[in-house]
Design a binder for this molecule. Sequence first.
Ligand code: ARG
Length: 275
Amino acid sequence: MKQLKLVSTVLMVALLLVLSACGTSKSTSGTKTTGGDTEKKTLRVVTDAAYAPFEYQDKGEVVGFDIDFINAVAKEAGYKIKVEHVGWDPIFVELDKKIADIGISSITINDERKQSYDFSVPYFLSTNKILVPKDSDIKSAADLKNNKTIAVQNATTGQEAVEGLLGKNSDKIKKFENNNLAILELKGGGADAVVADNTVIEEYVKNNPKDNFVVIEDSAAFAKEFYGLMFPKGSKIKADFDKAVKAVIDNGTYAEVYKKWFKVEPDTQILKDQQ
Ligand code: ARG
């Protein structure tokens, strides 16, 4: 009897050892299993923090709507994240090399990018608009073709939209590494207009009344765009983040973050319609 008990105890211990070994060997795709509790590795999130109010630097810290949003989403998904400003082009490079796990930077979901990256469900509606001095004779997108010089951030949908009007190789399009430099060019008189995401140039006008700039809308010329989180192609965390984006939109967290930055209620239906 005693011996039987000993044998069964030995068997139990062996079984436990096998089970716990199974647990630790499952540590692929961002999940580390340590002694039973699942602990996820800290994800590297990259951004171009020169695009207020979505992502910008304040006293050396990266802040903005996107930053609050990704923090809420990561929390919902159960991941720790570290957001780092790397610049616009490096976001794409780092995701290509899989050095980064997520890009968040007011990134428009489009077919061209979808060939190389995965996107979350949409989290923000945007469109390009035109920033000009108050006394400008530019009143619509078509006016940009009247021998005007236009400043854009390189490799953005703003650049693409202007190329659609002026031609891909037009020397009238000045491309900058970030959008703040494009606006500086306009300020200095080196360009007649900037084309960029509406919220960003509207925020600029609001914060810089002395510049005497206005924003021109042309919804016939510039399409509706949606921002998404961008992942390396085949990312294993995308599904978790899709679920979490939907959850924060549904549970009111999205609206809280939105109201903090934009002072109005978001239209979440337009986002849900895209899911
Ligand atoms: N939405 C535009 C695009 O995806 C511009 C985004 C620029 N973002 C930034 N943080 N500079 O091309």
